[in-house]
Ligand binder design. Structure first.
Ligand SMILES: *[C@@H]1O[C@H](CO)[C@@H](O)[C@H](O)[C@H]1NC(C)=O
Ligand SMILES: *[C@@H]1O[C@H](CO)[C@@H](O)[C@H](O)[C@H]1NC(C)=O
Ligand SMILES: *[C@@H]1O[C@H](CO)[C@@H](O)[C@H](O)[C@H]1NC(C)=O
Length: 385
C-alpha cells in the first residue's frame, strides 16, 4: 500500500524539478505562468493521490489480514503460518489458490500443539435454511471445526456476527449439477480449507444436509477412522461403466473407472491430491460431459487409482434413493419424527475399521426448509444435541 502511495507524489514532483532547472533564463511573466501550472499540477497530484489511496484501500480490503501480516510483519514468527486466515475473501484466482494450497510440509511432526479440525464445506445455491440446526450442532465445540460456504457468486449471505457462518463465504463461481464446474467448486472449497494448517478432515455438505449425531460423536467417528469416506464402486451397468469413454486412456482404464456419491469426507492427504491433480482433470473435463455426471466419477476414480487402500468406499451421508428417478427423496416438516431417524439407523449395515456396524451415517439429506422447526424440537432426543 505504501509503495502505491509514493508513486503519485513522485510523479507530482517531476514537473516541479524540470521547472526548476529550466526557469533561470525566463522572464517574470513566464515565471508566473509556470507557477500557475505548478499550482494546477499540484492540485491534480493531490486529487490523484486521494483516488489512488481510495482504490488501494478498496483493492486491499478483501485480502485476508493474516496474509498481509505474514508478508509484511511476521515472517520471522511461526504463529503466522499456523494462524488460520481471518478473512476468507482473498484475491487469488483458482490457479494461484490451488498452487498456494498445495504447499505440504515435508517434516511430519508439527513444531506446535496442533489440534486437528474438521472442515465443514457447504456447497450451496444460496441460503442455508437449516443454519439454526447447524448452529446448535457446533455450539461449544470451537477450535475443533472450521466452516466454508461456497454459494452462487451472486448470493451474499447475511449472517449476524454471533453466527458460526459469519464471514465464512469463500470467493465462488457458478456450479452446475453434473458438470465440471461442480467439481471445480468442490476443489475450490478444499483449496480454501487447506489454507488452514489445522484442518485435517474435509466434509462436503449441501444446504439440505443435516447432522444425525452430535459434534462429539461426529468428531470421534471421523478422527478414529482408518479410512476416508469417499464412496467408490465399480458399477457394470449403464449408469456406471456405461458412462466411461475410451478416450480417457491411458490415465483411466475401464477397470479403473469408479462411481460414488458426491458427498464425501476425506483427510488432508487426499484433499491435497485432489487439488494438485493435473493429469486426470483434463480427461474428465473433456470426456465426461453432461450425461456422464462427472461429480459422481472424478474423485472416486482418481482416489481409487492413487489411494485405494485408504478409502472406506462408502459415504457418511444418508440419502433416500428408494423412490427411484434422478433425484433422491426430499423430506419436509410432516416427515420428521424420532421414528423416522431410528429407521435410518436400523436399516443400515456397513464396515467401520473392518468391523460390521449399523452406525453408518453421520449426516442425512435431503431436508426441506419446512423440516427446520421439527428438527430443532427433536434434535436433543434424536441426535444428542
Ligand atoms: C490467474 O492469474 C494468472 C496470472 O495472471 C494467470 O496466468 C492464470 O491463468 C489465472 N488463472 C485463472 C483460472 O484465471
Ligand atoms: C475399497 O476398495 C478398494 C478397491 O477399489 C480396496 O482396495 C480397498 O481395500 C477397499 N477399502 C476397504 C476399507 O475395504
Ligand atoms: C453426544 O451424544 C451422545 C450419545 O447420544 C451422548 O452420550 C453425549 O453425552 C453427547 N455429547 C454431548 C457433548 O452432548
Amino acid at each position: 500500500m505504501q509503495t502505491r502511495l509514493v508513486v503519485p507524489s513522485e510523479e507530482g514532483k517531476d514537473p516541479a524539478s524540470t521547472f526548476r532547472t529550466n526557469q533561470r533564463p525566463l522572464s517574470l511573466k513566464f515565471m508566473q505562468i509556470f507557477l500557475m501550472f505548478l499550482v494546477v499540477g499540484l492540485c491534480f497530484s493531490i486529487i490523484g493521490l486521494y483516488t489512488t489511496k481510495f482504490n488501494a484501500v478498496r483493492n486491499i480490503m478483501p485480502i485476508a489480514p493474516s496474509i498481509i501480516n505474514v508478508r509484511l510483519e511476521d515472517v520471522s514468527d511461526i504463529k503466522s503460518w499456523i494462524k488460520p486466515p481471518t478473512n476468507l475473501l482473498h484475491n487469488m484466482n483458482d490457479t494461484e489458490l490451488f498452487w498456494r494450497a498445495s504447499f505440504v510440509p515435508r517434516i511430519k511432526k508439527y513444531p506446535f500443539k496442533r489440534v486437528p479440525k474438521i472442515a465443514f464445506m457447504f456447497l450451496t445455491k444460496g441460503p442455508l435454511p437449516l443454519a439454526p440446526l447447524w448452529e446448535k450442532f457446533f455450539k461449544g465445540h470451537e477450535g475443533l471445526y472450521s466452516i466454508y460456504v461456497h454459494p452462487h457468486p451472486a448470493y451474499n449471505g447475511k449472517f449476524s456476527p454471533s453466527s458460526v457462518f459469519y464471514r465464512r463465504q469463500i470467493p465462488s463461481q457458478p456450479a452446475e449439477w453434473g458438470e465440471m464446474s461442480m467439481c471445480e467448486a468442490e476443489r475450490r472449497l478444499l483449496a480454501n480449507a487447506l489454507l488452514d494448517v489445522s484442518n485435517e478432515w474435509f466434509i462436503l455438505l449441501s444446504e439440505s444436509c443435516v447432522p444425525l449425531h452430535n459434534f462429539s460423536i461426529v468428531y470421534y467417528y471421523i478422527s478414529k477412522s482408518r479410512y476416508s469416506f469417499m464412496e467408490s464402486y465399480d458399477d457394470p451397468g449403464p449408469y456406471g461403466r456405461g458412462r466411461y469413454n475410451g478416450n480417457m486412456e491411458p490415465e483411466v482404464t475401464l477397470s479403473q473407472w469408479r462411481k460414488g456419491s458426491q458427498w464425501f469426507e476425506i483427510n488432508r492427504r487426499l484433499a491435497v491430491d485432489i487439488i494438485e491433480d493435473t493429469s486426470y482433470y483434463p480427461k474428465f473435463r473433456d470426456f465426461c460431459k453432461p450425461g456422464c455426471y462427472v461429480d459422481e466419477h472424478y474423485f472416486p476414480t482418481m482416489l481409487t487409482i492413487h489411494f485405494s487402500r485408504l478409502l472406506a468406499n462408502r459415504t457418511l451421508t444418508w440419502t433416500d434413493w428408494s423412490r427411484g428417478g434422478a433425484h433422491p427423496a426430499t423430506y419436509g416438516g410432516a416427515d420428521i419424527s424420532e421414528e423416522f431417524f431410528r429407521k435410518i439407523t436400523a436399516s443400515s449395515q456397513c464396515y467401520y475399521n473392518k468391523q460390521v456396524t449399523s452406525f453408518c451415517y453421520l449426516f442425512g439429506r435431503k431436508f426441506a426448509p419446512s423440516a427446520l422447526g421439527p428438527l430443532l424440537e427433536l434434535s436433543l432426543s434424536a441426535f444428542g444435541f
